[in-house]
Ligand binder design. Sequence first.
Ligand code: ATP
Length: 781
Amino acid sequence: MKRFMSPRSTMPAENPASSPNPAPSKSRRKQPIPKQHSKENAPPPDPISQPSPATAKIKTHLPPRPPSSNPLKRKLNPETLQIDHAASLSGISDSGVQRDIFQLVGAPLVENCLAGFNSSVFAYGQTGSGKTYTIWGPANALLEENLSSDQQGLTPRVFERLFARINEEQIKHADKQLKYQCQCSFLEIYNEQITDLLDPNQRNLQIRDVKSGVYVENLTEKYVSSMKDVTQLLIKGLSNRRTGATSINAESSRSHSVFTCVVESRCKGVADGVSCFKTSRINLVDLAGSERQKLTGAAGERLKEAGNINRSLSQLGNLINILAEVSQTGRHRHIPYRDSKLTFLLQESLGGNAKLAMVCAISPAQSCKSETFSTLQFAQRAKAIKNKAVVNEVMQNDVHYLRGVIQQLRDELNRMRANGSNQTDPDGSYSTGWNARRSLNLLKFSLHHPRTLPHVDDDGDEEMEIDEEAVEDHCAHVGLQSEVTYQHSNEVTKLEIVESDSGNATSKHGSTGDLVPNTSEFAEVQDIDDTDVNMEEEISEEPKSSDMVIVGCVKTVTNTPNDFSAHESVKENPCQLIVETTDGDSSVILKSPTPSVSPRVNQSRKSLRTSSMYTASQKDLKDNGPETSCVSFTPTEHLAASLHRGLEIIDNHRQSLALRRSSFRFSSQPADSKTILAANKVDVGIQTFPEEEKQVVFICSNCRQRTNLDGKEEKESSNLQLVLVNEPESSEKIKKQIPKVRVSSPGFSDYIFHITDIFLPLYCTGSGEGFGWIYQERNGT
Ligand SMILES: Nc1ncnc2c1ncn2[C@@H]1O[C@H](COP(=O)(O)OP(=O)(O)OP(=O)(O)O)[C@@H](O)[C@H]1O
């Protein structure tokens, strides 16, 4: 390849005798390989073709060797070379056939990419061992007429397959309007400086580290849709690489080069209306080769380059050692990603969200034996690294579809209301409930948001307890306002949420800049596996409103499936719950819902975000948000939660009507109410109480407003109040009553009820606006 490119600057091999201190050459036009005259640059004596100690586990044939001018041509007898360290490697290409490499590395990479995984391939090895040949192939193999050449490198093969598979997938999923788009960039790191190979005037580009990852500022990105497009970029980029002749390699790469392609796909579910966005990143990395000065005869500028190359490779090796150690021992250590541009830029590929393949090129020459073993050791250590690749996927619900579901639920509710207390038709009742539940399930599925819609287990008991001290403080504060009375409960000590989410294994990674999912959806996809949430909640000492937040809807932003322990502190802002993780690294904020936003296209995507756990869209979100992990409830999510709870009400209402009795009610007669809960952002888990326990009455803001009109004392700003029928007995009892209210439906198993301000009006006689009301109120319309 290199010999067919028009290099920007071809630097002749250094000859210390004639050029002891040559000026750096910017011209990289191809030069004939200078003969080596100096003793130092003279080819080393022929190696003795002796096999390594006979402790081999794998016998391997080694690739054809470099040109005759290359000292590495004096190879060992491949039949007798035995390698100790190869046992753990994934595969060894026999005689360097490019097709083999593609089958071993390229084909899986393409499938992983289509599945939404980031994938990287690094070519590592000593200089002249065939890395460039492997990754890009010879240049003539890139020419259109030679596309089927056996010599074709890994990269063109990958893109050939990728475009073929994209076509297949688009045809196969035409009903889902599956569409792909690919965007490529090409850069090199030379002497610790980044140059844009697609626009060589762009030098010394800076790596920016933002919350969502790192990217290279001002790097050119080009859309590609065919092999021809990619070939053009490859030819252009490779011709701009810095190469130089050494005694080992006439066209030795003097830089690390990274070809990146971001593949985005979007499709829409026919049945559920959910749009799915996937993003994956392919990094093809041709590392500069390690070299020993004695062997390469480098001097002057070439020596300086070699020093930089070796330093950067050594930093890579160091990083890989640490990552391997961390993976093996589980010990936490500082990972020195920033030691070099290479590791800084490609940190996501190294121990992060990417599948990583290392192609290690080795020389059969006896003189290179130590480099060969060192390369194999490197490969072995690299293999111990455990990356955390996830499918980078974001689901977006379809607003139109959800509107349909809302309408359906509204109709069902109206039907139920029309039936009123006439529940003589159990089948009708069942069918209504079933329809509602089915609608809800569809909605759940569409939202991909099981945690927003907590499962209500008829036999379960989801209890939230509140930190006693915080509650006391809170109550003391509220008590001073003389507006709240509480019912005593000795058991309440702290708020503890244990939420089990059997959410789908979506990923954290959505589309790149074209798509801007809402934050909560992003948080949802971040959480790919079952996650337990244990939180201790503190309540702000300065309650301002009595909004109640369903803390059970808290979603964690976590990259790996694990348990999540969080320490919550409820801030003042109504409807906002800030959850700080115990390690202080992040927090989750439940915000008031914001107006629903349809997916939109953001054209300004940054390039090469190697920490592509977050896409540009997610970056937008992250950038808009705090350092902490921010989870906002969109109106849609709130709507979904509301619908869910509305359904619970329907069920409960049906049961209540059937039984004609219940220990709680939603009152439209606020005149009865004397107790108002001003618990700011306190979730209330409702459990079955013994029947003799006190009855609680809930009123909504509408009713409360009427109460005010009636001259009742009311200063609360919230839509929801808890009202106890009986007079409180003491302030002590008041304090402990806030967090826990239990409701029972005798004759039924415990029923868990979440109470929020948003659904209460459904039960207010005369409110009459059903779910639409909820939706509109949440949007402030
Ligand atoms: N499998 C192979 N078959 C045929 N020729 C090969 C093979 N591998 C390498 N070569 C040839 O060997 C020479 C050196 O290979 P290449 O430039 O790929 O090495 P490299 O590891 O990239 O070296 P450097 O680190 O110095 O850039 C090239 O001329 C290349 O064409």
